[in-house]
Design a protein around this ligand. Structure first.
Ligand SMILES: [Zn+2]
Length: 162
C-alpha cells in the first residue's frame, strides 16, 4: 500500500488552474482570460493572458469597449490563446498539444490554434457561445479535427498565500 497523498490536484485542475492564474495578470477591466498550452505528455509549454502587445503601454492605449475603433480596446488587444502561442519559446513543435482556456476561443484564436497544430481545446466558460465569432470558431475547430472538451469543474477551492 502506497503512502502517497491522495488529495493532490488532477492534471486538469493543474492546467486550468495555471490558465486561471494567468488570467489574473490581465489589465483588462472587463474580461480576464488565461490560456495554458500543454504537451501530449503533460508538460506545460506556454501560458498567456489578454493584453496589449509589448511596448504598447496600458497607460497609453484604451481598455474601454465603447467609442470609435481607434479609441477602444479591440484593435489593440492580443487574446490569451494567441499570446500563449506567440510566447512559446521552446524548440519542439506545438503539434498535438492541448490548450486550456478559461473562455472558449474566438474565431481569430481558433485559426491560430489550428495553424499551430494544437489538437485539443479544454475550455471552462463558454458565455459567448451564441455569438457569430464563437460559432465560426467551433465550425473551424471541428473541421480541422481539433477535439473540444468542456472542463469539468471540481469545485475545489485553492488558497495561495503569496
Ligand atoms: Zn481570441
Amino acid at each position: 500500500m502506497s503512502d502517497k497523498r491522495t488529495d493532490y490536484i488532477s492534471w486538469d485542475e493543474y492546467f486550468m488552474g495555471v490558465a486561471m492564474m494567468s488570467a489574473m495578470r490581465s489589465k483588462d477591466p472587463g474580461t480576464q482570460v488565461g490560456a495554458c498550452i500543454v504537451s501530449p505528455d503533460n508538460r506545460i509549454l506556454s501560458m498567456g493572458y489578454n493584453g496589449f502587445p509589448n511596448g504598447c503601454s496600458d497607460e497609453d492605449f484604451p481598455w474601454k469597449r465603447e467609442g470609435a475603433p481607434l479609441e477602444n480596446k479591440y484593435f489593440y488587444t492580443t487574446h490569451s490563446e494567441l499570446n500563449a502561442i506567440l510566447n512559446y519559446r521552446g524548440t519542439v513543435s506545438l503539434e498535438g498539444a492541448k490548450i486550456y482556456v478559461t473562455l472558449f476561443p474566438c474565431n481569430e484564436c481558433a485559426k491560430a490554434i489550428i495553424q499551430a497544430g494544437i489538437k485539443t481545446v479544454v475550455y471552462a466558460d463558454d458565455k459567448y457561445a451564441k455569438t457569430d465569432s464563437v460559432i465560426a470558431s467551433k465550425m473551424m475547430l471541428k473541421a480541422a479535427g481539433v477535439e473540444i472538451i468542456k472542463y469539468k469543474n471540481t469545485d475545489r477551492s485553492i488558497t495561495l498565500t503569496l
